[in-house]
Write a protein that binds this ligand. Structure first.
Ligand code: ADP
Length: 456
């Protein structure tokens, strides 16, 4: 069953039950009070009649029935009947409407009673019974009843009035349920339609947001559009990443391929080609290996949040020492001598130092300065070189994946354009910042800022 039908059905049914309960209560209460008051009236008429009749002797009643009859009829209710039941013998009976009481049963009763009865025809009759003592000492029961014709017709009118009122209330309720379900479900239907279309046609379609009312539906539409933006952004990034990665791999693969073909064709006659080709194939294989390792590092970094105490002073010292040995270059490391400890993943932090020092050595010829200090709640690592520098407009882009300023030179130095992107990702994972200050021809300083643990 559709949500719209459910809302409509529920609201209409709920209202119907409510109306039925309210109307039934009104009907019942009205009937009770009206019947009660009719009964009281018959009771008071019965009392008066009993007072008058007590003075009449049975014989008189038998001898002069008309006189008694006149007296009783004078007190009879509009649609009433009076009967006198002696302990033995036939009862006496007076009617206003002779046909009204053919089915009413009765007899002698020693006690007083009053009640409303409903004979088979569905009408209501108020019946009051009262024992009286004739002046000759005989005890008889006086029974006065009144056919509540007025009450019956009032109740019938009330029934139709309540029925009409129920219908009048029910129609707007059904309409309101319809409007409410439309109001609630239209944005949802629109959302479903857009999602289906996006899935079917591979689109990034958003929905129109009604910004007039800032309600939950507005929130839902806004969140959906934000989600589409995020998905699209991620998808596009992913696409660029895959195309860049395949593009980067294409060059070394085609170099390897062309050298191997060269070897196949002319390798045997030209032994000097063998040396050159093996050299080139080996270096391109190294390049591919590095590229793949870095791509893996970039993918892996996202899931490697390890929080250990890392002594950055020793870590920088050790890394710098390795570079000094490998490159035979002057690398000066300035620090206070005290250990500066941060919280993080030691392998990843070592990787950042490695990338920054490696770049400084690759893109400069002079000495490289590394300094490590702590300022309040922050640790600062600066790696300074006195090389070519980076133009201002490039300074943000060098942190993008695969971005290399000078592709030819970068190729010579074995650059992939992934190092700084990896360093940036690691620094963000450690809630830190990585940026650069540089001047063309003078050199560059890369700064890594990391938060120190609270207790330091
Ligand atoms: P690569 O593997 O090419 O070095 P990086 O992401 O580490 O990749 O660096 C991106 C680019 O930023 C490099 O190609 C280079 O042009 C520039 N770059 C990085 N570090 C320096 C530096 N210390 N001096 C000058 N240019 C730099």
């Amino acid at each position: 069953m559709k949500l719209r039908t459910k809302i409509q059905l529920f609201s209409s049914l709920f209202m119907l039950v409510l109306i039925l309960i309210v109307n039934a209560s009104i009907y019942y209460l009205f009937y009770q009070t009206s019947a009660e008051s009719e009964l009281e009236q018959v009771k008071s008429q019965t009392d008066t009649m009993a007072g008058e009749l007590s003075d009449i002797m049975t014989e008189d009643l038998a001898n002069n029935p008309d006189a008694a009859s006149d007296l009783i009829k004078a007190y009879l209710p509009t649609n009433g009947m009076a009967r006198v039941f002696p302990q033995e013998g036939e009862p006496l009976e007076w009617h206003r409407r002779p046909n009204a009481y053919t089915t009413l049963e009765g007899g002698f009763h020693a006690s007083e009673s009053q009640r409303i009865i409903s004979p088979d025809d569905g009408s209501n009759v108020a019946v009051v019974k009262k024992p009286i003592i004739w002046s000759n000492g005989d005890v008889v029961t006086l029974e006065v009843s009144n056919h509540l014709v007025e009450l019956d017709s009032t109740m019938t009118t009330l029934f139709y009035v309540l029925l009409a009122a129920s219908i009048i209330i029910l129609i707007p309720t059904v309409l309101a349920g319809n409007i409410l379900s439309r109001f609630l479900l239209n944005p949802i239907t629109e959302l479903i339609r857009t999602m289906k279309e996006n899935t079917k046609q591979g689109k990034w379609q958003k929905i129109e947001v009604d910004s007039k009312s800032k309600d939950e539906l507005y929130e839902m539409e806004k969140t959906f559009n934000e989600m589409i933006d995020r998905l699209r952004e991620n998808f596009e990034k992913q696409e660029v990443f895959v195309s860049d990665a395949s593009h980067e791999l294409k060059t070394p693969i085609s170099i390897v391929k062309s050298y191997s073909q060269l070897l196949k064709r002319r390798g045997q006659e030209n032994p000097e080609l063998i040396e050159e080709s093996i050299e080139a194939i080996d270096s391109e294989a190294d390049r591919m290996q590095k590229l793949v390792e870095q791509l893996l590092a970039l993918a892996k970094n996202k899931n490697e949040a390890v929080a250990k105490d890392v002594d950055m002073t020793s870590l920088v010292e050790e890394t710098v020492q390795i570079f000094r040995g490998a490159y035979k270059r002057e690398i000066i490391f300035q620090n206070t001598g005290d250990p500066i400890v941060v919280e993080g993943n030691p392998d990843q932090l070592e990787q950042i130092i490695y990338i920054l020092v490696d770049n400084a050595l690759k893109y400069s010829e002079d000495q490289v300065n590394v300094s490590l200090t702590s300022h309040g709640e922050w640790m600062k690592l600066h790696v300074t070189d006195y090389g070519q520098g980076i133009p201002e407009e490039e300074q943000e882009r060098i942190f993008d994946r695969f971005y290399r300023m000078d592709k030819a030179r970068s190729r010579e130095t074995g650059g992939t354009g992934l190092g700084l992107a990896i360093a940036k990702a690691i620094s963000s994972m450690h809630n830190g910042e990585l940026d650069v200050k540089s001047e063309i021809g003078k050199g560059s300083t890369f700064s890594l800022i990391l938060p120190l643990p609270k207790e330091n």
